[in-house]
Ligand binder design. Sequence first.
Ligand code: SF4
Ligand code: SF4
Length: 222
Amino acid sequence: MSQLGEELLHRIRDAHKRRSLSFWERIYLPAIAKGLWITNWHLWRNLFLHIVHRIGLYRDIPASVTIQYPDQLRITSPRLRTRHRLTRRQDGTPRCVACMLCETVCPARCIYITPAEHPDPNVEKFPKSFDINLGLCIYCGYCVEACPEDAIRMDTQRHDIAAYTRDGMWLDIRELIAPGTRAVTEPPSKFENMNLEDYRQIPPVLEPVLPGRTKPPQNKNA
Ligand code: SF4
Ligand code: SF4
């Protein structure tokens, strides 16, 4: 007999060895009561904790096992690819030299860059505009891999890409340079004609945080 056949035979024999249910197990009532007791215990416990959290008590005891998004962010792997950002030089201008490698390699064709000549002869170019249509992006990370300048990263730990309109899915240059500074309701300024001074005027935002530690910087208008 094959090994599979023997295994099946063992299972059939074991099935016969199962003990018979007791009277209380057959009527199910104790099991139903136990289930209701557990559900109610969690309901009233969580309700009580949610109420006392409002007045500042027992904040260290979580009220439920669910994550209180968006106040609390889920701990994610540092390797997770999240929303893009452009890295900056010390003077606030982008590290991007508008080589177009990321735009060329992007399989979704959702990166749009307009290059301009850089006044510094040591730097080839800079992007006048840099836009990403997240509605098309497949988060493959090829743009990050292709970049020779470490100018684009996907480490903002921001997963919230919902928007009210299709246009709202666009990451414009200002949002890429300073992630989280555009309000959800604010339309993107696509294909903007930035110069280096414009970049310097954009205040830096906090560096992306390690996942799950604290909330990334939020726009107060959002
Ligand atoms: S993650 Fe992939 S699809 Fe998205 S912009 Fe980069 S290369 Fe394009
Ligand atoms: S690959 Fe890097 S340097 Fe080249 S255009 Fe893209 S972000 Fe800029």
